[in-house]
Design a protein around this ligand. Structure first.
Ligand SMILES: [Zn+2]
Length: 284
């Protein structure tokens, strides 16, 4: 076994340990794979807890998914990984997990597409939701195919999340970023909603990618309907046009909530402003 192969096996074991330790997977959930060379991949085996793997458990497969060596069988989600490698020659590794907060957004059908955190805008941009597909069938790879050319990470409706990166840890860290972003988004929404970062600032942040050595994901969509065949080639990011401001209040939030359940919810600040305005009108 080459040093490279030994290192990849060790990295997959460590990434699996971290996924399990951080509760991004329960029981035997999740799977990890990495390119070994032009004809072979190393993948996690099926039916094992990712928190307790050893390097010898890994399976070597070709890019069609045929097992070349290993005592166990590869994960049943391997076709989703293969679809990502086919569409992304730059992807060296794929991580799939069920982190509870990100998966909560995936279950609620709410994508993580708002421009709110600089590090997310710089590294991932927008995180869409791939349509639901029955696990272990061709539905899931087909759903992922739609977004993978333009996104390094996405939620999987009613399932979990998947990320790719140049190596095992790059893909793993993107999973961490998605879960962290989901947690912050949830808290901000419980506190009344996010202030969004303006499109101008988003462009400035994405311009810094080169400085951090981050390979550029797809550009932002000028026209969200643009694509190549059935594949999306740009990212939709909710970032209001407000050239003079870096942060702009998300005014659509209260309206969206009102249309959902017939109630209008206001933050304390918005309510105070409304009362002050009403009092002023009464005085006049
Ligand atoms: Zn899964």
């Amino acid at each position: 076994m080459t040093r490279v192969e030994e290192q990849i096996r060790a990295d997959i074991v460590e990434a699996g340990r971290r996924l399990y330790a951080r509760s991004y997977v329960a029981s035997n959930d999740g799977n990890i794979s990495a390119r070994l060379d032009d004809s072979r991949l190393i993948a996690t085996p099926k039916s094992v807890c990712k928190g307790f793997m050893t390097p010898d458990m890994m399976v070597i497969v070709d890019y069609e998914g045929h097992k070349l060596s290993g005592e166990r069988d590869p994960s049943t989600e391997l076709p989703m990984h293969l679809e990502i490698y086919r569409n992304r020659p730059d992807a060296g590794a794929v991580v799939h997990a069920h982190p509870p907060l990100a998966t909560g957004f995936a279950v609620a059908g709410i994508p993580l597409t708002r421009a709110v955190l600089a590090e997310v805008i710089t590294t991932l941009g927008s995180i869409p939701i791939a349509a639901y597909g029955t696990p272990s069938t061709s539905e899931l790879p087909e759903a992922v195919r739609k977004y993978i050319r333009a996104h390094d990470g996405m939620l999987l409706a009613n399932h979990g999340a998947v990320t790719c990166g140049t190596d095992v840890f790059a893909a793993y860290y993107k999973m961490e970023t998605i879960e962290h972003f989901a947690k912050i988004s949830l808290v901000a929404r419980m506190l009344g909603g996010e202030n969004l970062i303006s499109r101008d600032e988003v462009e400035r942040l994405q311009g810094l990618r080169g400085m951090y050595g981050i390979p550029s994901p797809a550009p932002l969509c000028a026209d969200p309907s643009q694509g190549v065949g059935d594949q999306v080639v740009c990212q939709v990011l909710e970032a209001p046009d407000s050239p003079d401001e870096r942060l702009v209040p998300d005014v659509s939030l209260a309206l969206k909530q009102a249309s959902r359940d017939g109630e209008i919810r206001l933050t304390y600040g918005e309510l105070t402003a409304l009362i002050a305005d009403a009092v002023r009108t009464l005085k006049d």
